[in-house]
Design a protein around this ligand. Structure first.
Ligand code: ZN
Length: 635
C-alpha cells in the first residue's frame, strides 16, 4: 500500500483495487499513479476515468519503472513501430517517470490513427510515449531548452511534486474563499512594466512581471517593494506573453529566491527565454550591470509549467486557470482565473488583438464564466482608430513593388517577435501569388531564431497558415525566398550587391541592432525605402527619420559622422498587435458572458481614463483605471 500524506491521493486510492498502485504523486496539478501490475496498466477497466470524473482532476496511470523494458530494446521497438515517414529525430528516455519522448518531424504520422502507434508502443515496451514536434527550422535555443528540461529530470520530478502538494494539501471539497484583491504593481495608467498581484485567503499570484525597457532605472521595474508583495509567500507566477514589458523581470524573481511554478504556454516560455538572454547580452555589451545572468534564465525554464490553450489547471487550493488565445503574438494568452470554487471569474487580457492577422487568429471572446475583465488600453484613446489589415497589407506591398521597380532595396526595421513573422507570411504569399517579383528577402539575426520557434509550434498559428503547413506542405517560413544572415560581413555584402532586395532586421525603432547598420548604408540612395511597421518611440532614430529629418549626426567611435537621408520613408499603420478603440468596444459588446466590471491598464494615463469613462457610459458597467500601487477589492 502506498503511504501518502495527501488527502486527495488517499481518497483516489480508495477508488482503485487494493495493491495495484506502487507509487502516487503530483506533477503540478496532475496526479500521477504508478503500477507494477502490467495488466492493470494496459487495461484499468475504466477505473482511472472514474477517478478523473469523480475528482475533476487530471489523473495519469504509468507503469512502475521496474516493469518497463530495457531502454535499448525499447528504442529498437519504437524505431520499428514508427514508419520512416514520421522521421524520428531523437528518442529520449526519462526512466523515473517511465516516459519516452520521441521527437519527430511528422507528429500526426507518428501518433497513428486514433493513437494506434502509441498504444502499440505502450503495450510492447511498458513505457509511456510522448510525441514532440522537431522544429522545421533547427534552433539552438529550442535544443538548449529541451536539454535543460531533459537533463534535470530529477529536479523536475521533485519540483512538480512539491507544486502539487502546495495545490492540494489542505484540499477540502467545496471550500469557499471570501475575498479577492488585486494590486497594481506596474502597468497602471502606463505602458511598460506590467505586473499585477492577485490575493485570496489561500493564494498569492503574480500576473506578469515586466520591464519598461525605455524607462530610466527607478521607473523601469514594477513596485516589488509594495507591502503586499512578499517573494517567499508567492504561490505562482503567470506569464501572459513573451514581450519584455510583461516577462522581462521574471529571472530576477528567481535570483531573489522564488522557487515556485511559472505558468505559460510552451512558445511563451521559449520566446521569453530568448528575449531575456538577448537583454542580458545587450546590457553586458553596453557596459551595464545585467539584472540577472543566463543561469537565472535557465532556472526559470526549469520552473516553467507549460499549459496548452483551453486546458484547465489548478494552481493553488482556490484558483484554477485556463489560458486562451489572445491574438497578440505566438503563444500569447488571456488568463482566465476561476477563483474559490465558483466565487468569482476573472479574465486578464494581457495584450490582445481582436481582428485576425495573417499569422494568428483573433482573441477568444467566449468564456465559461466571466465577472471581471482586465483589459489593456494601448490604443484605447478616442483617436486610436486603425486601418484594416487588408488595407495596410496592400499599401505595404505597393511600396515594396515601387521600390523594386526602381531597383532599390527595402529595409523593414522590425521587433523580433510577432510582426516580423507576419511580414514574412505576407511577403511569401505575395511572391507566391506573383503580386511581388521574386527578390531575395534577408532575415537577420534574432528574427530568424524567433521564426524557428514559430516552426516548432505551428498549432498556435491561424487556421490558414496551419492548413498551408499541414495539408499543402507549404510552410511559408521554409520558402527559399528567405535567406538567413547574421554577420557584419554578410550585411556589407547585401548592401553592396546589385539589384533589389528586402531586409527584415531588428531593432524596430532603429535603436541598436542590425537595422541601424543597414540604414546607415542605404539611407543616401533615393531608390531605396525604409518602411516602419511598428511604433517609433520618442527620441529614437526611427522617430527622427519618420518625422522627415534629412541630416542626422552620429558618433562612430571617435569620429563624427552624418547620415544624409535621401531614401523613401514610409510608415504603414495598422499592423499593430493591439486592439484599437473600435476593437475594444466590440470586444466588450461580443464577449460572452458580458463582464460586470472592467478594469483598465496598460495604456497612457489619458487613454486609460477615457476608455474607462466611455465603456461605463456605453455599457452601464463598473469600470476602473487604477494607478500603480492601488489595490481593488474584487469580491
Ligand atoms: Zn505585448
Amino acid at each position: 500500500m502506498v503511504s501518502t500524506t495527501s488527502n486527495i491521493l488517499k481518497e483516489i486510492l480508495k477508488l482503485l483495487p487494493d495493491d495495484v498502485i506502487s507509487d502516487a504523486g503530483f506533477e503540478g496539478a496532475n496526479i500521477v499513479l504508478y503500477t507494477k501490475d502490467k495488466d492493470f496498466f494496459l487495461d484499468d477497466k475504466g477505473k482511472i476515468k472514474e477517478a478523473v470524473h469523480s475528482f475533476k482532476k487530471r489523473v495519469e496511470l504509468r507503469p512502475d519503472p521496474s516493469i518497463s523494458m530495457e531502454m535499448e530494446k525499447a528504442r529498437d521497438i519504437v524505431e520499428k513501430l514508427l514508419s520512416t515517414e514520421s522521421k524520428i529525430d531523437n528518442i529520449i528516455f526519462d526512466p523515473q517517470r517511465s516516459t519516452v519522448f520521441i521527437e519527430v518531424e511528422k507528429p500526426g504520422l507518428a501518433i497513428g490513427k486514433q493513437g494506434a502507434n502509441l498504444k502499440e508502443i505502450k503495450k510492447k515496451t511498458l513505457w509511456v510515449p510522448v510525441i514532440r514536434r522537431t522544429p522545421a527550422i533547427r534552433s539552438q535555443l529550442i535544443e538548449d531548452i529541451r536539454g535543460v528540461l531533459y537533463q534535470n529530470n530529477d529536479y523536475r520530478k521533485k519540483f512538480l511534486n512539491q507544486t502539487g502538494h502546495r495545490i492540494y494539501d489542505g484540499w477540502i471539497r467545496g471550500k469557499k474563499s471570501e475575498w479577492v484583491r488585486l494590486s497594481m504593481l506596474g502597468g497602471g495608467r502606463q505602458v511598460g512594466r506590467s505586473s499585477l498581484l492577485l490575493q485570496t485567503p489561500e493564494s498569492r499570484i503574480l500576473l506578469d512581471c515586466g520591464i519598461d525597457v525605455a524607462a530610466t532605472d527607478a521607473n523601469a521595474y514594477p513596485f516589488l517593494e509594495a507591502p503586499e508583495f512578499k517573494i517567499n509567500e508567492l504561490d505562482a507566477v503567470i506569464v501572459s506573453h513573451a514581450h519584455l514589458d510583461h516577462c522581462g523581470l521574471i529571472p530576477y524573481l528567481i535570483k531573489f529566491g522564488y522557487k515556485g511554478p511559472i505558468y505559460c504556454t510552451a512558445p511563451t516560455r521559449d520566446v521569453m527565454a530568448l528575449l531575456q538572454l538577448d537583454l542580458v547580452k545587450i546590457m553586458v555589451s553596453e557596459g551595464k550591470n545585467p539584472l540577472y545572468k543566463a543561469d537565472e534564465v535557465k532556472e526559470m525554464v526549469k520552473q516553467c509549467i507549460t499549459l496548452d490553450y483551453e486546458a484547465v489547471a489548478d494552481i493553488t487550493p482556490d484558483v484554477r486557470i485556463t489560458l486562451y488565445n489572445s491574438g497578440h503574438i505566438i503563444g500569447g494568452s488571456m488568463v482566465h482565473l476561476h477563483i474559490g470554487n465558483g466565487l468569482h471569474n476573472l479574465v486578464y487580457s494581457g495584450d490582445f488583438k481582436v481582428a485576425r492577422s495573417s499569422l494568428l487568429d483573433g482573441a477568444v471572446t467566449s468564456f465559461p464564466r466571466l465577472e471581471t475583465l482586465i483589459v489593456e488600453s494601448t490604443y484605447g484613446g478616442k483617436d486610436c482608430i486603425m486601418p484594416s489589415r487588408k488595407d495596410c497589407e496592400s499599401e505595404f506591398t505597393t511600396i515594396i513593388q515601387e521600390t523594386i521597380a526602381n531597383k532599390g532595396k527595402v529595409l523593414i526595421p522590425v521587433l523580433g517577435v510577432g510582426r516580423s513573422q507576419e511580414m514574412m507570411v505576407i511577403l511569401e504569399k505575395a511572391m507566391r501569388e506573383e503580386k511581388l517579383p521574386n527578390v531575395p528577402i534577408y532575415v537577420d539575426g534574432m528574427v530568424w531564431d524567433v521564426t524557428a520557434i514559430h516552426t516548432a509550434y505551428p498549432e498556435y498559428l491561424n487556421s490558414l497558415v496551419r492548413k498551408q503547413i499541414f495539408h499543402k506542405n507549404q510552410n511559408p517560413f521554409l520558402s527559399d525566398v528567405f535567406k538567413r544572415v547574421g554577420s557584419k560581413k554578410e550585411r556589407t555584402e547585401i548592401v553592396e550587391e546589385k539589384g533589389p532586395c528586402i531586409i527584415l532586421a531588428t531593432s524596430g525603432m532603429l535603436v541598436g541592432g542590425a537595422s541601424v547598420q543597414y540604414f546607415k548604408e542605404l539611407c543616401s540612395n533615393p531608390n531605396n525605402s525604409v518602411i516602419f511597421v511598428n511604433y517609433q518611440g520618442e527620441g529614437s532614430l526611427g522617430r527622427k527619420v519618420q518625422r522627415g529629418q534629412k541630416e542626422i549626426h552620429y558618433a562612430d567611435g571617435n569620429r563624427r559622422e552624418m547620415m544624409d537621408i535621401k531614401l523613401r520613408v514610409e510608415t504603414v499603420e495598422g499592423f499593430s498587435g493591439h486592439a484599437d478603440r473600435r476593437e475594444l468596444f466590440s470586444y466588450i459588446q461580443r464577449s460572452s458572458p458580458r463582464p460586470k466590471r472592467v478594469i483598465i491598464n496598460h495604456g497612457e494615463s489619458s487613454r486609460c481614463l477615457d476608455l474607462a469613462s466611455s465603456l461605463h457610459k456605453q455599457f452601464r458597467i463598473e469600470t476602473n483605471a487604477p494607478r500603480n500601487l492601488e489595490t481593488l477589492r474584487i469580491v
